[in-house]
Ligand binder design. Sequence first.
Ligand code: CTP
Length: 410
Amino acid sequence: MSRNVVMGVTGGIACYKAADVVSRLKKEGIGVDVIMTKNACHFVDPLTFRTLSKNPVVTDTFATPEAWKVGHVALAEKADVMLIAPATANVIGKVAAGIADDMLTTTIMASRAKIVFAPAMNVNMYENPIVQENIRRLKALGYYFIEPGSGMLACGYEGKGRMAEPPEIVSCVLKLLSEDTETTERKAENSDLAGKRFLVTAGPTTEKIDPVRYISNRSSGKMGFAVAEAAFARGADVTLVTGPVKLSCSPGIRRIDVSTTREMLKACEKAFPEVDAVVKAAAPADFYVVNSCDHKIKKKSDTITLELAQNPDILKTLGSRKEGQILVGFAAETRNLETYAREKIAAKNLDMIVANDVSAPGAGFDVDTNIFTLITADGRKTEYEKMTKSEAADIILDRIMELMEQKTEK
Ligand code: CTP
């Protein structure tokens, strides 16, 4: 079976990493055609991509709009997946606005393939609400995004905006290429959650003290990501709202990245009316810093006082607005597990709670296993032995299915 990727390379310093992506795709036996924008040609010579892809490289430098009309259709049809890496704010904005004024954007417009962007830009550009709105808009239309990483950027700033690393980009493309066959087969085998819409939260949230410091909770996000992946694999439509974590997810999951508890609440409130079930595995920071500073606090005195105010409780807010959704919370405790867990069911109007003693070996933070007890609102309690977080995710989803069925029977 032939697998073809049409790769759009736009103007950014990450172009050098795009060359590595082409070489890795070729090693996987994938056909690659490269389209470079005019600005991309300032960073890397098209000859590099021609040599690596073993195909002619399409550039706009000498092409006329007449020439695009033919070329873009051929490439658009050839693509099983279109990958735009690096994707600048400009190309994302153009596609979001429906602009097709060069070879790359006309090909994107004409293509029915899966289209995935790997953004790369300065942190302030990435965080610009216009760019974020464009990304949201495109995600809602079914375009995929590979999250940029954080770190030192070529422009000298530190923050989010560095293009994802080539191995991550390649594994995402491979996933998309295999989805038509493998995932649909897998879904056909077990698609018991098809048609169900899930909202899953994961990871910690952070609350700013000053531009370089924050307070947060311990959480790797692994449990929430495992639930999101398992629900997606079983055919559900999944929105994943996550705090800052070092994890990636299947491109078909609608991922919304947030930093603070209040941002997480906003994203959850927006998604909540449309979903059938919520699994709230995140560990949101319970307090925010009232007297946070816009400039770095200097160590002028031995102590400083932070004034903390309580953040909204997301789960409790959703619990008070429940209209038939199944609401599942987590209780991470170090003592009196069951009592506290039952109190949380009542206080937050939950249908079920996943209670775990985070001090037990093999449960808790940054490990791939979990030991937990499920308690439902009717008082039923089931204890489980140590298992992987993805096995745990499937058990949690099985129980949610049962609760959904019970609800429809009523
Ligand atoms: N939770 C939430 N919003 C918060 C805090 C917690 O939605 N601001 C959710 C968590 O995602 C989890 C559940 O509430 O599903 C329980 O979180 P946990 O930290 O164990 O308990 P708290 O409700 O914060 O209570 P306490 O810290 O007193 O144990």
